[in-house]
Every structure is written in structure tokens, then in C-alpha cells.
Design a binder for this molecule. Sequence first.
Ligand code: AMP
Length: 173
Amino acid sequence: MNIATLRERIRDVPDFPKPGVVFKDITPLLGDAAGFGWTVERLAERVTAYRPDAIVAIESRGFIFGAAVAAKLALPLQIVRKPGKLPYETVGMAYELEYGTDRVEAHADAFAAGGRYAIIDDLIATGGTAAATAALIESQQASVACCVFVIELSFLNGRDKLARYSVESLLRY
Ligand code: AMP
């Protein structure tokens, strides 16, 4: 397994979920046990260099990679979700979309003051979701150790929204 093989395991699905969007489908990668394991190891290597206290995985495909990395590194896992999904008391952060706004939420006890958190998601597009997650972490007096993605759509310049943080990605388009 190498980066070229990883690229082969990501399927382009044109016009999903709406016309003009090329969806990066990771299910062929998940279906390749060696490929998924290799990807988790590469993510874990990137994350561990920043010595975080915990992993923060973003709904929903971020859960797949974030959970595997957390288990591999024996780090606590916290989850950030779309609004209204978490059962306990929540804290949230709104962010702007092209049309309208969206919001990320975490449980109120997810982040410890002074803690350093590694954000993991499958893909960075505009960077809005990860930037809101970072802002949510900071609103709880915690900090962002790094932001790590499997895929980066670099033509959307999502890194610009994360300029204050260390950003890593395995595969760039
Ligand atoms: P953004 O906030 O624009 O960086 O979008 C990132 C989130 O949307 C991630 O959780 C991705 O899973 C999802 N996403 C955005 N664009 C795509 C795409 N082209 N293919 C797959 N997932 C995407």
C-alpha cells in the first residue's frame, strides 16, 4: 500500500449530493482491509507527532478514521456532531455556509480546559467544518494540537481557514 494505491481506493462520484459536486467516496478504501489499516497507521503517525491529549472526530466519516486512530494511539475520543444529535447538555459553534449557516455541537464535558485536541475528518473542502470545530474547542479553554485529514481538496483553499493550526493531509486533489 502506498499513496498511489490510496488514491485508487477513493471513488469519484460526480454530481452527488448535488450537481457540480464530485463526491469523494471512501467506501472502496474501507472495503480494503490492508488499505484501511495502512491509512489509519499513516494518520496516527501524523497525529502522534503533535502529542495531543485526545482525538476529536467530526461526524460522520470522521468518526470512522478518528475512532480507529484513537484506539491505535490509546487516546480518548471525543465526537463533534451536527445539531440536535447529542443526548446530553451540549456546547456549539455556528459557521457560515455558501447559503445560510450550520452548526457543530459537542457534549458540554467533552473538552477539558488546557487540553490539546487533534481534530480528524475524512476530508477538508472549504474548511468551514474543521474551523468551527477548532473554534468550539477554543471556546472551552482548550487548544487544537493539529487538524488531520485523509483527503484535502486543495483547490477550495480550506487551509486558509485553518491558518492558525498545523494541518496535515494524506492525499491532495
Ligand atoms: P468543509 O466544511 O467544506 O471543509 O466540508 C468538509 C465536510 O464535508 C467533511 O466532513 C466531508 O466529509 C464533507 N465533504 C465536503 N465535500 C466533500 C466531497 N467532495 N466529498 C466527500 N465529502 C465531502
